[in-house]
Write a protein that binds this ligand. Structure first.
Ligand code: PAF
Length: 284
């Protein structure tokens, strides 16, 4: 497995792969790899000839006061896991390599970034879109793999790739959950034992909302159901719950699916997000 620290080294290695006619699959991460990331790597390994994993804790997607400094970093372990999964190249650049002084360009996707997590994380999706656009330019993937756990991020990236005619297929992969339903996330490591016990209530509340949606409920009824279900777990402080059309993340007055029901909530100082997508033909 090749570990590259520079853009030029990465471009040379991947350029040679393209010349050989091989397909390149990209899994962008901020490291601290868990089963969710590994499921993306496995899917990329199945579908592509050459798998690239990027490990970069991107400062521009953290607002001041967020957990950039505390974000878990475990490079040695990440490299061992990547190697065991058959990753061909890891791109793990420094911040200076990714953001040399004087950069003036930001990628901004309108509308999709103004709802759900947008208002509470100003600038977050600009940081994500910009770094992902840079990673696409550096690694030139045929396919790029993202988890549906970050559903809004996935839709923002899909839209950016479409609007900028980026020659990459964006592949959304199912959320990986613990046996009790909690969506796997690097931030779960911050939870106290009591908060960890309470945490699966978020997914259970979203499933209650999904039941209402699949029976033809309107977005407001779905959201109210989630709020009421989560109220039974007093450790949670709900930041938002929103039921929206999955492709546009907009609202309309039509009842029932398709809907993405997404929520963000705090357990202590840890912010958890999760979502459930209810398709049009889902069972009632
Ligand atoms: O989902 C993440 O880990 C990050 O937002 C991403 C896509 C790697 C960009 O930094």
């Amino acid at each position: 497995m090749h570990v590259a620290r520079t853009i030029i080294e990465t471009r040379v290695a991947i350029g040679a792969t393209h010349w050989a006619g091989d397909t390149v699959g990209l899994v962008p991460t901020m490291g601290a790899l868990h089963e969710g990331h590994l499921s993306l790597v496995r899917r990329a390994r199945e579908e592509c000839d050459f798998v690239v994993l990027t490990v970069f804790v991107n400062p521009t997607q953290f607002a001041p006061g967020e957990d950039y400094a505390q974000y878990p970093r475990a490079e040695e372990r990440d490299l061992a896991l990547a190697e065991a999964e058959g990753v061909d190249l890891v791109f793990a650049p420094s911040t200076e390599e990714m953001y040399p002084e004087g950069a003036l360009t930001t990628v901004h996707v309108d509308e999709l970034t103004e709802v759900m997590c947008g208002p509470s994380r100003p600038g977050h999706f600009d940081g994500v879109a910009t770094v992902v656009a840079k990673l696409f330019s550096i690694t030139m993937p045929n396919r790029a793999y993202f988890g549906e756990k970050d559903f809004q991020q996935l839709q923002v990236i899909r839209r950016m790739a479409r609007d900028l005619d980026l020659p990459v297929e964006i592949v959304g992969c199912p959320t990986v959950r613990e046996p009790d339903g909690l969506a796997i996330s690097s931030r779960n490591a911050y939870l106290s034992a009591e908060d960890r016990r309470a945490a699966p209530a978020l997914y259970r509340a979203l499933l209650a909302g999904a039941g209402v949606a699949s029976r033809g409920g309107r977005a407001e009824e779905v959201e109210e159901t989630v709020r009421a279900a989560l109220a039974s777990e007093p450790r949670f402080q709900l930041q938002y719950v929103e039921a929206r059309r999955p492709d546009t993340l907009q609202r309309d007055d039509l009842p029932g699916p398709p809907l993405v029901i997404a929520a963000a909530a705090y357990l202590g100082t840890t912010r958890l997000i999760d979502n459930v997508v209810v398709e049009k033909d889902s069972p009632r």
